[in-house]
Design a protein around this ligand. Structure first.
Ligand code: ADP
Ligand code: MG
Length: 323
């Protein structure tokens, strides 16, 4: 920030960031010095993940501050989930046109709601003036050999996804006013768009079970495509098995539904592969933890993606090589 807002900046950091975050025992020095001092666990790997949200690019200008705070951390937590990591710390680079206390209040409320839920401490950051941009780096731990990576899927592994797909994509249409839904359904898809629940518990449950994993931020086909590329394998997708919400099934045509579920981003569910010998253990653990996941296909040796049970065209989305 420039000199005129310096006082504002310091009290902002003290009152809204330092005061509101939790205190973890592995943080020797958090906000307030030139750098944070942290005690990383000896037997675990550190997982770092960073994502930026830019107004007008990643969220619409009219979105409220609470949702922006919530989602900026949620998308980072989703990356930790996809690595099988347990969340620990976060840093925040905040660029804003001016210090608007109402906005800061809402933003920090959304951010800390999620941070506290996952026992994360804000340990530092940077505050600058400019177009609204939020960059968060999330830090977590995972035992060596148990990190979930994009590579590792093998022919014969089953492909799973969590939750339901396509809801956030419909949420974006609803937010833009290009798809009109009854009030309850409208609120449901907006919630799915603005407040994605990161699948941390699932990611940690998949340690030692999944052969690969990714979070679905850009759409199932694109993100599963990353697993296939990194693992040098192909896949068969059983489109009728893709989990869909009641709202999608009730309010969209079959073609719209499939397009949303296969290509729309922002759901932040996990897509992962499991070797056949681990499947019964997986199913039992999911049941125990009451986490909903569906098997939607199988990894194949031959490259490419084959969509079974879907005859529509996805060419307008640039996925013609998949059909
Ligand atoms: P420096 O000039 O040494 O970079 P700053 O004034 O940028 O110091 O930051 C002072 C302290 O406040 C540092 O500990 C920094 O990590 C923390 N900090 C600054 N901005 C934020 C923010 N947006 N969120 C959390 N901590 C912040
Ligand atoms: Mg600084």
């Amino acid at each position: 920030m420039n000199k005129n807002s310096k006082m504002g900046e310091f009290s902002l950091i003290e009152n809204y960031f330092k005061q509101k975050t939790i205190a973890r025992s592995d943080v020797v020095m958090g906000i307030g010095d030139d750098g944070a001092l942290l005690k990383a666990p000896k037997e675990q790997l550190l997982v770092f993940s960073m994502d930026s949200l830019v107004e007008g690019v990643h969220f619409l200008p009219k979105i409220n501050a609470y949702d922006i705070g919530f989602k900026s951390l949620a998308v980072n937590l989703s990356d930790l989930a996809a690595m099988g990591a347990e969340p620990a710390w976060l840093t925040l680079a905040l660029t804003m046109p001016s210090i608007d206390i109402n906005w800061i209040n809402g933003f920090t409320e959304g951010l800390f709601f999620l941070a506290n839920q996952f026992n994360m401490q804000l340990i530092g950051g940077d505050t600058t003036r400019g177009s609204l941009t939020i960059t968060i780096q999330a830090h977590g731990f995972v035992p060596p050999q148990q990190a979930l990576c994009r590579q590792g899927a093998k022919a014969g592994d089953k492909i799973y996804v969590s939750g339901t797909l396509g809801d956030a994509g419909l949420g974006l249409k609803a937010a833009l006013g290009t798809f009109v839904l009854p009030e309850e359904a409208h609120q449901y898809v907006l919630q799915r768009l603005h407040r994605p629940i990161p699948q941390i518990k699932l990611g940690m449950l998949l340690r030692g079970l999944a052969s690969s994993a990714i979070d679905i931020s850009d759409g199932l086909l694109a993100d599963l495509g990353h697993i296939l590329e990194a693992s040098c394998v192909g896949a068969e997708i059983w489109t009728e098995q893709i989990p869909l919400s009641r709202v999608l099934k009730e309010h969209c045509t079959q073609n719209e539904t499939m397009k949303l579920a296969l290509t729309a981003g922002d759901d932040y569910e996990l897509c992962f592969t499991v070797p056949p010998q681990e499947e019964s253990k997986l199913v039992a653990r999911l049941k125990e933890e009451q986490i909903s996941c569906c098997c939607i296909g199988e990894i194949k040796e031959s490259l490419g993606m084959h969509l079974l049970g879907y005859s529509g065209s996805l060419s307008e989305y640039g996925f013609q090589h998949f059909v």
